[in-house]
Design a protein around this ligand. Structure first.
Ligand code: GTR
Length: 364
């Protein structure tokens, strides 16, 4: 049985004041682990311009985020690409946990498909690639270094895992850009982190989750491909330890992933899959966006109705607040995906002419 998204109260007030808070707590306790409080930490940023002229005027900088507490300090870097024609424009931040991953050799390239910086900046956005695996290594033996140490996280069944840290690290980059509109994106494990970041951080204005699959956008119950048993065996450090108790016991989990998407409402959310990625399960990602749409309806935002169908390579509900596409091909993120994401972002950030006009942005 899929857990009830609304619990006992279905109204807007009950959702905002009780249910949403309860659901976030359940995700902390059972799935991603508890996020430590930021209050006793010191967070500093340094932005250094890199003089690497690629002939297109895009300004590249390196942002170092330093986190310290209890005489301990750690830091991670983000690559920032700014179009000087649109200073102060919206930021598209990619959560990149692949920078130390040998199976993704081009993650240091300026334009690798997961994040085509040239296209994004040409359309007037500031592209920020947060190298969150410098904050928490994607390694079951080493992830408890860095932020884990500085926050003095103690091992326990609901202590946060790497996805929790990556999501939190993205929020520390948002601290630096908090006067801008922010879209957060991520591919695969980065897509899981983007959803968790947005669910917790109200400053995220829009979310792009690319092929996030198991423990990301896809429903857990009835899922094909990767299961809780697989993900907790291969990546025991991604979620909290308690999550592994639900291996082959999915029905006992008090949440399912549509509830995570619902916690992002009413902010625009785009989920995408690829047709051959049965490990992630495109159909269970689609089911999740359809079910989460009932919470968007509370805010009178157009979601995806239950009668909707997937047409390959086409955005379902392109003018709504939750959109979805299933792109032909394997588990990857390509330029064609980004073209669809960007037209969704343009609509919501009112970038109607393809390039943003200075001064038209929200200032918080
Ligand atoms: C897979 C994992 C998926 C997905 C992917 C990735 O091996 O099973 O859950 O996150 O890695 O991040 O590339």
């Amino acid at each position: 049985m899929i857990p009830e998204i609304f619990g006992y109260g279905t109204g807007f007030y009950a959702w905002e004041t009780e249910r949403r808070i309860k659901i976030l707590d359940l995700f902390q306790e059972h799935v991603y682990g508890y996020t430590p409080s930021v209050e006793c930490l010191q967070v500093d940023h340094t932005l250094v311009r890199i003089n690497r002229d690629q002939g297109d005027g895009i300004e590249e900088s390196l942002l170092t985020t330093r986190i310290s507490a209890n005489n301990l300090e750690t830091s991670f870097r983000s690559r920032v690409f700014n179009n000087p024609l649109t200073p102060g424009g919206p930021v598209i931040l990619m959560i990149d946990p692949f920078t130390h991953n040998p199976s993704i050799p081009h993650s240091q390239d300026r334009n690798y498909n997961q994040f085509p910086i040239d296209i994004i900046t040409r359309q007037g956005y500031t592209a920020v690639c947060a190298q969150v695996d410098e904050a928490c290594l994607d390694d079951p033996d080493l992830y408890q270094k860095g932020i884990y140490e500085v926050t003095q996280s103690k091992e326990g069944s609901s202590t946060w895992g790497a996805i929790g840290v990556w999501a939190w690290a993205a929020s520390r980059v948002i601290d630096y850009f908090s006067d801008r509109r922010i879209a957060v994106s991520g591919f695969s494990r980065g897509g899981k982190s983007a959803l968790w970041c947005a669910a917790q951080d109200p400053r995220v204005d829009l979310v792009i989750s690319s092929s996030s699959g198991c423990s990301g956008a896809a429903m857990t119950r009835g899922k094909t491909g990767e299961q809780i048993a697989d993900i907790t065996r291969s990546f025991p450090h991604w979620m909290c330890r308690k999550y592994a108790d639900y291996a082959d016991q999915e029905d006992a989990l008090p949440v399912d992933q549509h509830m995570l998407l619902a916690c992002i409402a009413p902010r625009p959310l785009y989920v995408s899959s690829s047709s051959e990625d049965t490990w992630a399960d495109p159909y269970k990602e689609f089911e999740s966006v359809v079910l989460a749409s009932s919470v968007y309806a509370l805010y009178e935002k157009l979601g995806i109705s239950s009668g909707s169908e997937i047409t390959l390579d086409t955005t379902v509900n392109p003018d709504g607040w939750i959109a979805y596409h299933n792109r032909t091909g394997e588990h990857s993120c390509r330029i064609t995906d980004w073209e669809l994401y960007l037209s969704f972002i343009d609509k919501h950030f009112q970038n109607t002419e393809g390039i943003l006009s200075v001064g038209s942005f929200r200032s918080v």
